[in-house]
Design a protein around this ligand. Structure first.
Ligand SMILES: *[C@@H]1O[C@H](CO)[C@@H](O)[C@H](O)[C@H]1NC(C)=O
Length: 656
C-alpha cells in the first residue's frame, strides 16, 4: 500500500518535472495551406528568417549581413525583438529565400555574387567569408519560430543527432578537416552555397483543428537543412557530374575572378505521426547525454542528505546537550566556568568592520536571489521556453530592475542594526554598487564588440534604455525600500553586547578563517557543477537549455547546501570562541563563486577553441559578471542562514 503511494508520488513528481518544465508550450500555431486555398485563416508563404552567426571558436557573433551573402529586398521587415534578444546579441532579419507551402522546388537561384581580383573591396569580402569558414561560423535560420536544424548520423551509436544551426562552409588544412571525409581534398576551402531544405508538416486531421484545409494545409513540424557546396558552372545542383565549389584559399590575383551562385531546394514531406505540440522534442532529444541529468540530481541530493544529516545531528544532539548543560549550570549553586559558544555571547552581535559594504552586498544579494527564484519559477511553468525567444533574459532583467525595493529594505535594516549612521551613503551604494559594476563591465565589453563590428554589440539606443531602466526605475525603487527599512525599528538581538571585546584564543589550522572559507564552497559547488556544464554549453555553444525543472531543483538544493555548510562551519567557529562570523558567513558560501570561476576557466581551455585575444577578453568579462552575481547570491544565502541560526541559539540559552 505504502509502496504504491510512494510510486504514485514519484510518478507525480516526474510528471510535474517532465510535463510542466520540459514540455514547451510554443506560441500560437500557424496554419499553412497551398497558395490556391489561401484564406485569412491560413497562409501559403513560409517565411525564413536569418539570425546572427556564431561559432564555438570565438565569442564574437556576427550579423548575417556582416558576410557577403544574398540580401532580401530592402523593404522587407525584421520582426520586433525584445530586450533580452537585443542585449544578448540575437539579430533576426528577413532573408531572400522564398518558400511556398507544399510546393517542392529544386535548385532555385537566390543570387549570384561576383568577385574580381583587381577590386580591393571584393577581396575584402572574400577575406571575411574565408575567415568565417575557417572559424566554422554557423548560420542560424528560423522558420515558423523553429530553428532550422542540421541532422547527422552519429557514427558511434547510429542515432541521428540534430543541432540548431549549420556551418557556412568547411575546409581541410594540415590534414585536419571539418568537411565530410569523402569530399575532403588537401588544403581547400569550400563554401556551402546550396541548401536542401526538408520541411515536414502535419496535415489536416480533424481532431486537431477542424479539417477546413483538408489535405491541402497543415502545420510545420520541422525544418531540416543539408548545406552543400555546388559548383554551378559545372552543372545543376543534383546532376551526376556536379562538383564542389572550391573557395579561393588566398586573395585573388589581378586577373582572377570568382563567382558564387546561391541556390536552394525545398521538399515538403507529410508526417502525421508527430503532433504540432511536441515538435520541439526532436531537437531537445538530441541533446548530448540526457541521463547525466538524473545523475546530477542524484549527486546533489546525496550531498544535501549528507549535509542535512550533519546539521541535524549537531542541532539536535550537540546543541541540545549544550543548551541543557548551560541552563543546568545556571541553576546549580556553584557556577562552573562557562565553555564553548556560550562564552562569546557578549561578542557575537558586535557589529563587523566595513558594515556598510556588507549590508550593501547583502541587499544586492537578496535582489539577485529573488530574481533567480522568480525567473526559474516562471521558466518551470513553461513561460520562458525556447519558442519564446529571449524571454528568459528579458524576464530576468525586468525582475532585477523591479526588485530594487527588497534590496534597499534589506540593506537598510542590516545597516541600521550595525548602528550605522550614514544612511544616505547606504542607500546610494545599494542602488549603485552592484548594478554599476555589472553595467560597467557590460559597457566595456560592448566597446570591444563595437570595435569588432559584432552583432552582439547592443545599439546605443538600447544602452540608453538600460541606463534609464536603472536610473529611473531601479534607483527610485531602491530608495523606497530603503526608506521603509530605515523607518522600521532596529533589529533586536537576543543577547547584549559587552563593552570590551573578548580576546580570541589562538586558532588551530581548521578553525582559522581562510581554510573554513575555502572548504565552505566545495559542497555547494559539488551540487551544481554538472548543471553548470549544460548552462555554459547553452551560453557558449548555442545548445538549447530547456531543463528548467532540473535547474529549479538544483537551485533549491544549492540554497539548502549553502545554508547548511555555513551553519555548520559557523558553529565550529563559535565553539572555538571565534566570534567574527558576519563577514565569514558571507564569504564561506560566497566562495562557491570562486569555484565557479575556476570551472569557467577549465571550460574555456578544454571545451572552447578560442584563440583570439578579444574573444578571450569577452569570455572572461562575461564570466566575471556571472561570478560576481553568483557571489552575491550564495554569499547572502550563507549569511542569512547563519544569522538566523545564531539568533536562534542565543535566544535559547539563559544569559545573565
Ligand atoms: C515533394 O517531394 C516529396 C519527396 O520527393 C514527395 O513525397 C511529395 O509528395 C512532394 N510534394 C509535392 C507537393 O509535390
Amino acid at each position: 500500500m505504502y509502496k504504491m503511494k510512494l510510486n504514485l508520488l514519484v510518478l507525480l513528481l516526474f510528471n510535474i518535472i517532465y510535463v510542466h518544465c520540459f514540455y514547451l508550450p510554443g506560441l500560437a500555431p500557424v496554419n499553412y495551406c497551398k497558395k490556391e486555398d489561401e484564406t485569412k485563416d491560413c497562409q501559403s508563404e513560409v517565411t525564413l528568417y536569418v539570425n546572427r552567426l556564431n561559432t564555438e571558436e570565438s565569442v564574437i557573433p556576427y550579423e548575417y549581413n556582416h558576410f557577403d551573402f544574398c540580401l532580401p529586398k530592402p523593404d522587407s521587415k525584421s520582426p520586433v525583438e525584445n530586450l533580452g534578444q537585443v542585449v544578448f546579441g540575437e539579430r533576426i532579419r528577413p532573408s531572400p529565400y522564398k518558400i511556398e507551402f507544399m510546393k517542392n522546388s529544386s535548385c532555385v537561384d537566390v543570387c549570384k555574387k561576383e568577385y574580381k581580383g583587381n577590386d580591393k573591396t571584393d577581396n575584402m569580402l572574400l577575406a571575411t567569408l574565408r575567415k568565417g569558414i575557417s572559424l566554422s561560423y554557423k548560420h542560424h535560420w528560423i522558420v515558423d519560430n523553429m530553428p532550422v536544424t542540421y541532422c547527422s548520423d552519429n557514427r558511434r551509436d547510429s542515432k541521428v543527432y540534430c543541432t540548431t544551426g549549420f556551418k557556412m562552409g568547411c575546409y581541410t588544412r594540415n590534414k585536419r578537416t571539418t568537411c565530410d571525409p569523402e569530399m575532403a581534398e588537401e588544403d581547400a576551402y569550400y563554401i556551402f552555397n546550396h541548401v536542401d531544405l526538408r520541411i515536414t508538416y502535419h496535415s489536416g486531421v480533424k481532431e486537431d483543428w477542424g479539417s477546413q484545409f483538408g489535405s491541402n494545409g497543415g502545420r510545420i513540424i520541422s525544418v531540416k537543412v543539408t548545406p552543400r557546396s555546388v559548383d554551378h558552372s559545372a552543372g545543376t545542383c543534383d546532376g551526376p557530374n556536379s562538383k564542389l565549389l572550391r573557395f579561393p584559399p588566398k586573395p585573388l590575383g589581378k586577373d582572377e575572378k570568382f563567382e558564387i551562385t546561391y541556390t536552394y531546394s525545398v521538399t515538403f514531406i507529410q508526417d502525421n505521426t508527430v503532433k504540432w505540440s511536441s515538435r520541439w522534442d526532436y531537437i531537445l532529444e538530441s541533446m548530448p547525454y540526457p541521463n547525466i541529468q538524473w545523475f546530477s540530481i542524484l549527486n546533489s541530493l546525496v550531498i544535501v542528505l549528507f549535509l542535512s544529516g550533519m546539521v541535524g545531528m549537531i542541532l539536535l544532539r550537540t546543541l541540545y546537550k549544550d543548551i541543557a548543560r548551560y541552563n543546568q549550570i545556571d541553576n546549580g549553586e556553584d557556577a562552573q566556568e562557562e565553555f564553548g559558544w556560550k562564552l562569546v555571547h557578549g561578542d557575537v552581535f558586535r557589529p563587523p568592520r566595513k558594515g556598510m559594504l556588507l549590508s550593501v552586498l547583502l541587499g544586492s544579494g537578496v535582489q539577485v536571489f529573488c530574481m533567480t527564484l522568480v525567473t526559474l519559477a516562471f521558466a518551470c511553468l513553461g513561460f520562458l521556453s525556447p519558442a519564446n525567444r529571449g524571454a528568459l533574459m528579458t524576464c530576468a532583467m525586468v525582475l532585477y530592475v523591479l526588485l530594487g525595493s527588497p534590496a534597499g529594505y534589506v540593506s537598510a535594516r542590516i545597516y541600521k542594526s550595525f548602528g550605522g549612521e550614514k544612511w544616505k551613503s547606504n542607500i546610494l551604494l545599494t542602488s549603485m554598487l552592484a548594478p554599476g559594476i555589472v553595467f560597467g563591465l557590460f559597457f566595456i565589453m560592448n566597446l570591444v564588440l563595437w570595435a569588432k563590428g559584432s552583432s552582439a554589440a547592443i545599439p546605443f539606443s538600447t544602452l540608453v534604455g538600460l541606463l534609464a531602466l536603472w536610473w529611473l526605475v531601479s534607483v527610485p525603487l531602491t530608495f523606497v525600500g530603503a526608506f521603509i527599512g530605515f523607518s522600521k525599528r532596529t533589529i533586536e538581538h537576543p543577547v547584549r553586547t559587552n563593552q570590551i571585546p573578548r580576546l580570541i584564543p589562538e586558532q588551530s589550522v581548521y578553525t582559522q578563517p581562510l581554510p573554513g572559507i575555502i572548504m565552505g564552497g566545495v559542497l555547494p559547488f559539488g551540487c551544481i557543477f554538472i548543471q553548470l556544464f549544460f548552462i555554459l554549453n547553452s551560453i557558449w555553444s548555442s545548445q538549447m537549455y530547456y531543463m528548467f525543472g532540473f535547474l529549479f531543483l538544483v537551485f533549491i538544493i544549492l540554497v539548502i547546501t549553502c545554508a547548511e555548510t555555513t551553519i555548520l562551519l559557523c558553529y565550529f567557529h563559535l565553539c572555538a570562541e571565534d566570534y567574527h562570523w558576519w563577514w565569514r558567513s558571507y564569504l564561506t558560501s560566497g566562495f562557491t563563486a570562486i569555484y565557479l570561476f575556476l570551472y569557467c576557466c577549465y571550460y574555456f581551455y578544454t571545451k572552447l577553441q578560442i584563440e583570439d585575444a578579444a574573444s578571450a577578453f569577452l569570455y572572461f568579462g562575461y564570466t566575471t559578471i556571472m561570478v560576481f552575481l553568483f557571489n552575491l547570491l550564495t554569499g547572502s544565502i550563507g549569511f542569512f542562514a547563519c544569522f538566523w541560526f545564531i539568533r536562534k541559539i542565543y535566544s535559547v540559552v539563559k544569559v545573565d
